[in-house]
Design a protein around this ligand. Structure first.
Ligand code: NAD
Ligand code: GLY
Length: 376
């Protein structure tokens, strides 16, 4: 079904800023048809990280004959999403003479997409950029929708901008080189699309998640296309997260960010792993409040645990407590008037924005969770 030259195109419908997502096996080696319209003066700046550069930069360049690539190669990892690397990227792009009407390519995972996208949002008050996501997480979520950011000492993604890409190029074949732990981390965001509002897709994940994680390209491509369509619809309906539509994509994130902060944004807990834990917690918390059934929460736990995620906070072995976790949550961008919206669940595949959650209740819940055994 997804032969080598089969191309799926999903539009993110934003009026004059509408842009295409191209999903096609082999696109990393054959990007000319979609990239050339963005090339001016025979030059193209590419922001990437050293892992991705070693694997794909030459191949990407080989598919663009006659184009001189100007690579900006950064260290891999969440630590790169900081002020220092933002400054470095902006200064390099200015030194390269990148102008507003030029497009910069972000070639890499969510770290590179978020950082390069933010750099492009401020460069000369905004230049164009093209996302070429290479991790599963970036292909199903972060490359689409225009959220760009770096982390600050106070927390994750606290400095950023909405800045939509001009196009997104996805080659599912590059997932073959993604480390298994990173593939699984991205899978958390795939499952998220089922849990938000699509119980049938959650059931698809239960049936096909294992083969996706084992490297089945057809299953991966199906999931990428499904998630991109779902995200494109959400972004078209609520680009700036003002109508409780896009906010649903934060399912698991408020819990997850607190644990990421407790882990010092380190490799102890990858973003997707934190989201998986957060989605399990959001469903258990929903069940505790009598919203979704304990059976639904248990089904979420079972699938995430089967995929290899840690779903019990105690099993992380972090040196943290409920008060610290609540403190991290209070730094969330979505805090408003001292309250924090939480994405909770009425039933599997039916999430909603709850604005009546006392943060003390969340603290009590987390204290109980931290006391519970880390063994399922
Ligand atoms: P990442 O960018 O750190 O990539 C994960 C690792 O995989 C890195 O070491 C990278 O070098 C490597 N890698 C990437 N592609 C590879 C490939 N094809 N082969 C081999 N190695 C490869 O992390 P991520 O999980 O892609 O993204 C996480 C970031 O995304 C977080 O900072 C998170 O906040 C952000 N995010 C943003 C949004 C958004 O809407 N903007 C949404 C979700 C997550
Ligand atoms: N990943 C959350 C969003 O794009 O809104």
């Amino acid at each position: 079904m997804y032969g080598r030259r089969h191309r799926v195109i999903v539009d993110v419908a934003l009026g004059a800023r509408t842009y295409p997502i191209y999903i096609e096996a082999g696109l990393i080696d054959n990007a000319a048809a979609v990239i050339m319209p963005f090339v001016r003066g025979g030059r193209l700046a590419v922001v990437t990280d050293s892992n991705v550069a070693a694997l794909y930069l030459d191949r990407f360049a080989a598919g663009l004959p006659g184009v001189a690539l100007a690579p900006i190669v950064l260290p891999p990892g969440e630590g790169t999403k900081d002020w220092q690397h933002l400054q470095l990227v902006v200064e390099r792009l200015l030194a390269l003479g990148v102008e507003r009407s030029d497009a910069v390519v972000a070639l890499g995972g969510g770290v590179i997409g978020d950082l390069a996208g933010f750099a492009c949002s401020v460069l000369r008050r905004g230049c164009r950029f093209v996302q070429v996501p290479t991790s599963l997480l970036a292909q199903v979520d972060s490359s689409v929708g225009g959220k760009t950011a770096i982390n600050a000492a106070a927390g994750k993604n606290l400095v950023g901008a909405f800045h939509q890409p001009a196009a997104v190029l996805i080659d599912p074949q590059v997932l073959a080189t993604l480390p298994p732990r990173e593939l699984r981390a991205g899978y958390a965001e795939v499952v998220k699309y089922g849990l938000i509002n699509d119980a049938d897709f959650f059931a698809w994940c239960e049936a096909h998640g294992a083969s996706m994680l084992a490297g089945d390209t057809a299953a991966q491509t199906h999931a990428i296309a499904h998630c991109c369509r779902a995200k494109a619809a959400v972004v078209a309906a609520d680009e700036r997260e003002t109508d409780d539509i896009r906010a649903l994509l934060n399912l698991g994130h408020t819990f997850g960010h607190a644990f990421e902060a407790a882990a010092g944004f380190s490799d102890l807990l990858l973003h997707g792993e934190a989201v998986a834990l957060g989605m399990a917690l959001a469903h258990r918390f929903s069940a505790r409040r009598g919203l979704c059934s304990p059976a639904d929460a248990a089904r979420v736990d079972a699938h995430l645990a089967a995929a290899g995620f840690v779903i019990r906070p105690a099993a992380l072995g972090l040196d943290t407590n409920a008060a610290d976790l609540v403190h991290h949550m209070r730094q969330d961008k979505k805090m408003s008037g001292g309250t924090l919206p939480f994405i909770l669940s009425r039933r599997l595949g039916n999430s909603f924005v709850a604005r009546d959650v006392a943060i003390q209740d969340v603290g009590d819940f987390l204290a109980d969770e931290l006391l519970a055994s880390g063994v399922d």
